[in-house]
Design a protein around this ligand. Structure first.
Ligand code: N01
Length: 503
């Protein structure tokens, strides 16, 4: 950076969907002094790390994509993980983002010193940057349960988020622990070739039936490929349709009741055995946890080689799993579909803001940010898909792109107006979080279930508003919520003009 140009040096952490959206947005806005540090050996984030059998996105592909890279020819209504991962790689290649991305570069520390950020990777590489943007994802760190004896198991133990292709599952006695979106998909995929499959379910989930694997007709792909305007129109319609889902989860209505009735119907129609149905029936409302969607699970769990085990897992022995009732089931492979440490965000990196404030200290009561993106005490640092992001309601790509555009406002102010640092105030963050806490009241997530949505203090880490509110909040920053310092005491000429025009 030179005083003459003052183009900010920007360091984005993470090249998953959010990192790709951020990098593209910055480049489009002319901020090309950019580096994206990615821990993995490829871009894609969750879609790079998750490769378990049966991985399919349960959000329709026409919406689960970046608005600036609409893909006309998705193969299915809901794409497979492999296809989504190829899409991310392809987007990076086509948009020329590769030159900004450093793969195999895990950030271990980032510190704000002397008005700039110093970012260090595991291999000892150091980046100096004016701004840091954490696009580190939510579902990134696998949660491995603390089950007595797990380490004594003689066969393979594999977490779904770190699938090992060398683990043989065909003809084996498989145990799958966990029944979130992942557990349901992996059980459905492994059952046909398994000798037996025991699904250990601590708390059953509602599983909504949907025809996820229906092919997208070739004709549709061809038409969309040749008509970019139509592609945009389809995307716009899909976004509107997603509003219906947001509405269903954030406020009680007959629409919510209808979707919940459909969830109950899916179970009733697909599982005829009454005793099994009872074991599969959750004791909370449908939609309370992240809704599980599957076209196959209820049909799978009734197969002769499948067993639903609802007794608690007491321990793992060298050759099997013992449940609370004292029974031991011999198994060859244990699959942990036990989810993620969803509230880690950029941790365990040693992230330090002003005056050495660590992120662990700042988040002692759980992760908090202002409008999902700014944290008091951490100047010139933003998160994309940070705390309270809409993982269960508004499309994530939309949220990531909007947040990235919001951040470009500050990059511009840095470049054009002599801004040196920008930091959200405590008062603004507190006000925002109080509003969130209140707005979470009528959401379905608050109706009496336990899920990864909850922080350790019992608050729900989700976005309780609709997409319109998100747009209103993130279209441009309210500068009165920020403390801004300038390169020189005297605001630049342009800044004075700006202030005069707003008076
Ligand atoms: O993880 P989860 P997930 N003993 O946390 C159980 C996204 N996703 O990987 O409920 C026994 O939902 C735990 O039981 P309980 C999506 O957002 C998306 O499945 O705590 N069981 C639960 O059943 C999703 O919500 C797609 O009682 C134990 C399970 O493990 C998110 O990822 C696909 C246990 C964890 O469920 C996470 O889903 C897949 C123990 N000691 C995932 N510890 C798409 O299609 C935990 N459990 C987009």
């Amino acid at each position: 950076m030179t005083a003459a140009t003052r183009n900010p040096r920007v360091c984005v952490i993470g090249a998953g969907m959010a990192g790709i959206a951020t990098a593209h947005t910055f480049v489009q806005a002319g901020f090309t002094d950019l580096v994206v540090l990615e821990k993995g050996s490829d871009v894609g984030g969750v879609w790079h790390w998750n490769r378990y059998p049966g991985l399919t996105c349960d959000v329709p592909s026409q919406i689960y994509q970046l608005s600036f890279a609409l893909k006309p020819d998705w193969s299915q209504v809901c794409a497979t993980g492999e296809e989504i991962q190829r899409y991310h790689r392809d987007v990076v290649d086509r948009l020329g983002l590769d030159k900004y991305i450093r793969l195999n570069s895990e950030v271990v520390a980032a510190e704000f010193t002397g008005g700039r950020w110093r970012v260090e990777t595991r291999d000892g590489h150091v980046e100096e940057a004016d701004f840091v943007v954490c696009a580190t994802g939510v579902l990134h760190h696998p949660a491995v349960p603390n089950i007595p004896g797990l380490e004594s198991f003689e066969g393979p133990v594999v977490h779904t988020a770190r699938w090992d292709d060398s683990v043989a599952t065909e003809g084996k006695r498989i145990a799958v622990i966990g029944t979130g979106s992942t557990g349901v998909q992996v059980v459905s995929a492994l059952q046909p070739a398994a000798r037996s499959i025991a699904h250990f379910v601590r708390s059953p989930q509602w599983v909504i039936w949907a025809p996820m694997t229906v092919r997208q007709p070739r004709l549709v792909s061809r038409v969309l490929a040749g008509a970019p305007l139509l592609r945009r129109a389809v995307y716009a319609v899909a976004l509107q349709a997603a509003n219906l889902f947001t509405d269903v989860v954030i406020r009680p209505s007959w629409r919510r009741k209808l979707v919940q009735a459909y969830a109950r119907l899916s179970l009733r129609v697909l599982v005829r055995d009454r005793a099994l149905r009872e074991k599969l029936t959750p004791d909370y409302q449908p939609l309370c946890k992240r809704q599980v969607v599957s076209g196959t699970y209820y049909r799978t769990i009734v197969k002769p080689n499948a067993e639903l085990v609802t007794e608690g897992v007491a321990s793992v022995t060298p050759t099997g799993i013992r449940t609370d009732d004292g029974r031991e089931r011999p198994v060859d492979v244990i699959v942990l579909a036990t989810g993620f440490k969803a509230h880690n965000y950029m941790r365990p990196m040693d992230l330090r803001g002003k005056d050495g404030l660590s992120i662990d200290e700042a988040w002692a009561d759980g992760p908090r940010a202002y409008q999902m993106t700014a944290i008091p005490g951490f100047p010139n640092l933003f998160t994309v898909l940070g705390p309270n992001s809409p993982t269960g309601s508004v499309p994530l790509q939309y949220s990531a792109e909007l947040t990235a555009k919001y951040i470009t406002h500050w990059l511009r102010r840095f470049r054009d107006d002599g801004v040196r640092t920008v930091e959200v105030t405590d008062a603004a963050a507190k006000h925002f979080n109080e509003g969130v806490a209140e707005a979470l009241g009528p959401t379905v997530w608050n109706t009496g279930c336990n899920s990864w949505y909850f922080n350790q203090d019992g608050s729900v880490d989700l976005w309780p508003y609709d997409r319109k509110t998100m747009k209103a909040m993130l279209t441009a920053p309210d500068e009165s919520d920020y403390e801004v310092t300038y390169e020189s005491e005297e605001p630049s000429r342009r800044e004075r003009a700006r202030s005069a025009s707003t008076e």
